[in-house]
Design a protein. Structure first.
Length: 710
């Protein structure tokens, strides 16, 4: 801590450290405030407090500190409840109450650089002020790079042979139905839009055909390329699981095209071979240990003509800036993602900022004419307008081909924040009526000798106030006001209408006997991994008995009590593992999930096996330094994945992480069955009433067309 501080600064720093001691700030945030005072012992209290809060907001996913929001309702911005909220308001009342006064103080501080015309720049200063937004310099630089790159890539349009494009689009897409409402094919439009730009954003909910569209775009680009053998293409996603799903989806969609590719320069098989395997963004950019820098950057760009990235909602500010900077100016980038899903764990909500207003279209007359020429139909009149250049390269897919039943209806209700409709769907009797969700044990929450839900031991009465469990077409179930043990019971063997749980994959492991040849072992390992992927327990929290950490331990104990696993140490056969840190040397990256299995020779040491598209890879467990058990995952960690049966756990206690986006993302991880386990009946309504809010200046930069005011 800085010494010989003025009394106001010393008192404020003591208050900041008290907040850190109470757990409402991180120790890192308090340390950053102390660091600011070491750099400038005469720093005003506003500057010191702003330094602590801007660091704290980065940890909450915000790109900056908006002074107007802080002064309007600082406790709401930070997510603080009493007594910390009361102390924060008392601290703010002792300081100037206008944003203008705060700006004046910050503008005069040597700790703060100014991002405005005529300013000297931000080098050397830890903080940057742009208007009423205060940034950590690193995040300010990332936001600036993104804005500059987006403007540069949207500065003009590429020349397109519209007749040739129309020919191939008509072959690649089925004829549109005759009704006026359904006549315009947004998937077809997305391909046409991507032909003429160096940055295209395609957003849409689950089942709207984003990867279906991407496969046809790839076929279209190769068909129109003068020398297709020279076209360099790559597929990527933020996590290994998402990359694997992208690759599988693209290959499946290409195989389905069949006759549509007759006369194509490469054909389906040639296209699949030219596209290659999908990779994580870290692997694509060349992540290196112990540094934020990548092997590929502006000075050493990726050797690509087209990069297609799925699950773009998971990309944070720093990664998006690195990705855009590493692409050559002439390369095309296509971003696919659902803007309504949870934003990245780290700072920023970049896809949401890029897609702002996508549902309105706002296509210019020139864009409308281009779409009519290439797709055969003009866009709906409601989609025309005077949107900026980015809007002309953004397409929202609107029709879900997969989610038409109860899960889709529940996802739409959650996304609209309609708690009454969501609760009605979950509680509706449907064809099943009230059911016993756990017929093998009699009730949710039965506990064995381990204290976790299991298949033995006494069955307690239902939780007080619990609503009767009901099912809709075997797809939806709400265990309302249930204990955490109900989630453990689901993990053991599933529930009526969605049997299996983790028992399915563990029984496959148990049935193996003796050594196997490499081919048979690979086929068996794939079956085990595919069986594991049919169910997942998702949590809103990381810690506690309702969080991923607590439920992982409870599930592990219950499976051991049922003799489905035999954990005699941290590594045991059947343990599902998530890699938690990138290790390019091992070829594993943060978010990769696999199962610990015996190799072909069962006497050999255990290895972690992971699915990689159509292939399989493994690494010795003794080499894995950063990994965690993955029976239960946070919803954030499950993005980019889908499971036949998904169980979402909402805790009994209120939490700022319970939001509409979290519930929507959890629901849309389910393909065939969804179960909600909530510690309180009110948790669902409270979550759907709360929207994720992230402070950002990117939307303003993009709207102004002013990436570099200095």
């Amino acid at each position: 801590m800085a010494t010989n501080l003025p009394a106001p600064a010393a008192a404020l720093l003591n208050e900041i450290e008290a907040w850190a001691g109470a757990g409402v700030l991180r120790r890192l945030d308090a340390a950053f405030a102390a660091f600011a005072l070491e750099l400038d012992p005469s720093a005003a209290p506003e500057t010191v407090l702003a330094a602590a809060l801007v660091a704290h907001l980065e940890g909450l996913g915000h790109g900056c500190l908006d002074l107007d929001d802080l002064l309007a309702d600082g406790a709401a911005l930070l997510g603080w409840a009493a007594p910390a909220a009361v102390r924060l308001q008392a601290t703010l009342r002792a300081l100037p109450r206008s944003a203008d006064a705060w700006r004046a103080v910050l503008r005069s501080s040597p700790l703060v650089a100014l991002d405005e015309p005529g300013a000297a720049g931000a080098s050397g200063s830890p903080l940057v002020l742009r208007g009423s937004r205060l940034y950590l310099r690193r995040l300010w630089a990332c936001e600036r790079v993104i804005a500059e790159q987006v403007h540069a890539r949207n500065a003009g349009t590429e020349a397109v042979d519209t007749a040739a494009a129309r020919h191939w689009l008509d072959r690649l897409f089925a004829p549109a139905p005759p009704s006026a409402e359904a006549a315009f094919d947004w998937q077809k439009a997305a391909c046409a839009i991507a032909l003429r730009g160096r940055l295209t954003v395609v957003t849409g909910g689950p089942g709207t055909g984003k990867t279906h569209t991407a496969a046809r775009l790839l076929a279209l680009l190769f068909a129109l390329e003068a020398d297709p053998a020279r076209l360099r293409v790559a597929l990527a996603a933020p996590t290994g699981k998402a990359a694997g799903r992208l690759e599988q989806s693209i290959r499946h969609a290409l195989a389905e095209l069949g006759p549509a590719l007759e006369g194509h320069a490469l054909g389906a098989a040639g296209l699949a071979a030219r596209i290659g395997s999908a990779r994580t963004l870290h692997a694509l950019l060349g992540a290196r240990p112990d540094t934020r820098r990548f092997a590929f950057d502006a000075a050493n760009p990726l050797p690509l003509d087209l990069l297609l990235v799925d699950e773009a909602s998971m990309i944070h500010l720093e990664m998006m800036a690195a990705l855009l900077a590493a692409l050559a100016p002439g390369a095309r980038l296509v971003l696919l993602g659902d803007r309504d899903q949870l934003a990245s764990v780290e700072a920023g909500a970049v896809l949401g900022d890029l897609c702002r207003g996508a549902e309105q279209g706002r296509y210019s007359a020139a864009t409308g004419a281009y779409l009519a020429a290439t797709t055969g139909r003009p866009p709906p009149a409601a989609a025309l307008g005077d949107g900026p250049a980015l809007a002309q390269q953004t397409v929202m897919l609107r029709h879900s081909h997969r989610f038409g039943g109860p899960i889709g209806a529940l996802a739409r209700a959650a996304n609209a924040g309609d708690a009454a409709a969501a609760a009605a769907l979950l509680r509706a009797g449907g064809s099943g009526g009230p059911i016993d969700p756990f017929p093998s044990t009699g009730a949710a929450g039965s506990t064995g000798p381990t204290g976790s839900a299991g298949s033995n031991g006494p069955t307690p009465p239902p939780a007080p106030g619990a609503a009767p469990a009901r099912i809709v077409g075997a797809e939806l179930l709400w265990l309302e006001a249930a204990p955490p043990a109900a989630a453990v019971e689901l993990a053991l063997a599933g529930r009526a209408g969605a049997e299996g749980g983790y028992r399915s994959y563990l029984e496959l492991i148990a049935r193996r006997s003796g050594p196997m040849d490499a081919e048979a072992h690979a086929a068996w390992a794939r079956r085990v991994l595919e069986a594991f992927e049919r169910f997942r327990l998702l949590c809103a929290l990381r810690e506690g008995k309702w969080g991923a950490a607590g439920l992982n331990l409870a599930v592990e104990r219950a499976l051991a009590a049922a003799r489905l696993i035999a954990p005699r140490g941290p590594w045991y056969e059947g343990r599902p593992v998530m890699v938690t840190r990138n290790d390019a040397g091992l070829g594993v990256f943060n978010g990769d999930i696999g199962i610990v299995l015996r190799p072909p020779d069962p006497a050999a040491p255990l290895r972690l096996y992971l699915l990689e598209g159509a292939g399989l890879r493994s690494v010795g467990v003794s080499r894995l330094g950063h990994a965690s058990t993955a029976f239960a995952l946070t919803v954030h960690k499950a993005q980019g994945s889908e499971f036949e049966h998904t169980a979402l756990v909402l805790p009994a206690q209120a939490s700022r992480v319970l939001t509409r986006e979290l519930v929507y993302t959890g629901i849309t991880r389910a393909r065939r069955a969804f179960t909600l386990v909530s510690g309180r009946g009110a948790a669902l309504a409270e979550a759907l009433a709360s929207r994720t809010r992230r402070s950002s200046g990117l939307v303003q930069r993009l709207a102004q067309g002013d990436a570099d005011p200095g």
